[in-house]
Design a protein around this ligand. Sequence first.
Ligand SMILES: NC(=O)c1ccc[n+]([C@@H]2O[C@H](COP(=O)([O-])OP(=O)(O)OC[C@H]3O[C@@H](n4cnc5c(N)ncnc54)[C@H](OP(=O)(O)O)[C@@H]3O)[C@@H](O)[C@H]2O)c1
Length: 272
Amino acid sequence: MKKIGIIGYGNMGKVILDGFLASNILKPDDIIVSTRKIFKLDELKQKYPGLEVVSSNIITASKSDILFLFVGTSDIKDVIEEINEYISTNTYIIYISAALTIDSVEKIFNGKITKIIPSITSQVLNGVSLLCHNPLVSREEANYIENLFNNLGTVKIVDESDMDVGADITSCSPAFISKLLMEFALTASQNSGFTMEEAEEMIIKTFYGTSKLLYENKISLEDLISSVATKGGITEEGIKILDSEMPQIFNKLFHKTIEKHEIIKKQLKEHY
Ligand SMILES: NC(=O)c1ccc[n+]([C@@H]2O[C@H](COP(=O)([O-])OP(=O)(O)OC[C@H]3O[C@@H](n4cnc5c(N)ncnc54)[C@H](OP(=O)(O)O)[C@@H]3O)[C@@H](O)[C@H]2O)c1
């Protein structure tokens, strides 16, 4: 069994590591983990005594065959430079920062690399994880990682060039969707006797039911709209408004996010 190292236990580190352990896809004894504020691992260590918690990234890295970097985007270079002389080209590095290109990482680490865009929705084992491997990753190694992430939801292999928009629709979208629902609830409460809390609860439950209906009954978005928005009815009036306003909003949104991806990518490239 390969030793799995984890560096960084923040929002995403917690979602992914806790998910691996809860689903039993990895055994605590196979994992070694370090993070900057080590007390953040106290609870996990109590729950899984077999887990090896260390205060040094160098120890984590030198003992690991597969090394997950769950630190912030701007910390990755420092961490790789810190551990570089303690790992070999046989070490397999996996990182989760959308804006950091694989060719940038290859400039400081000449080995197997996989970039993954995870989603906060992996916390409920319903995330869509986007994966891209560099050519040094064998099919067997790729299968192993894809299988791990399949336990947190679904895996989709994508070209790195599609990862920015991909990240927008799988990783950023829990925030976008929540914002849309919040505005919907706010306007509903302003036009009725419902409090914001009541409207939010009604909308979230309806959103959950809509997702289940689409997914479990394999209904297309277009068919669901047609079956609710009957000709000449009230829903149709609402759909007409959305039809005329939404494309501009989403065009603006993608314009901005793509621009921001490019700016961050350019800034990062200058540091590698
Ligand atoms: N949040 C999301 O939904 C999401 C989705 C997809 C991808 N991502 C990407 O995932 C990465 C992490 O995001 P996050 O939201 O999990 O950030 P985060 O909550 O700040 O977690 C980063 C963790 O790494 C630790 N860390 C930083 N430098 C370190 C070092 N030198 N040695 C050891 N540990 C170190 C931090 O320690 P401290 O606690 O001491 O600061 C923190 O616990 C980012 O690149 C982000 O773009 C996030």
